[in-house]
Write a protein that binds this ligand. Sequence first.
Ligand code: HEC
Length: 148
Amino acid sequence: MQRKNRLIALAVILPAVAAGYGLAISIADDQPRRGKEGGGVEHLMERTHEGRKSPLGQTKGQLGAAAPDWNVIDKQIEAFQAMSRALSESRKAAIKDAADGYADAVKDLTAAAKKRDAAAARAALKALTNSCTDCHYKGGPGGRLDDD
Ligand code: HEC
């Protein structure tokens, strides 16, 4: 290739590469790694709440017993905290703005578990369960849940 042709080729290729790079960045920005609603909320929702073996299921089971196994509860609380963060940090305003009830209940549950206070933990679990409606009914961003 002659020098002049080489320069022309560069002049054509460089902007194309730069444009491609810019496009890749804007796509990555529009579709963050963790989920379509921008925080992995849907995935975490299912994993945290669905079924008896989920963190919610296990916590309900323990707090329904006369002598809860606090080590099990401590472990599940980590999942609630991750869920709470995903809601509070969601890029969707409708989710973020409705996250307070859930976040407060998780804080209360954490404090109650630290004190090994079963009555307070049961109350916090009730608040946590009530907070689902902040998003899942009344036209909230979570949509209606088909099971409990
Ligand atoms: C701050 C908002 C918010 C709160 C509070 C909330 N969710 Fe969700 N939830 C969502 C969003 C958003 C989705 C994803 C919906 C979608 O992608 O269509 C979701 C999805 C789900 C899903 C999976 C999808 C489905 O329809 O089956 C389950 C199960 C679920 N949530 C259960 C719960 C439970 C149980 C609680 C309370 C302990 C709760 N959620 C509290 C926002 C919330």
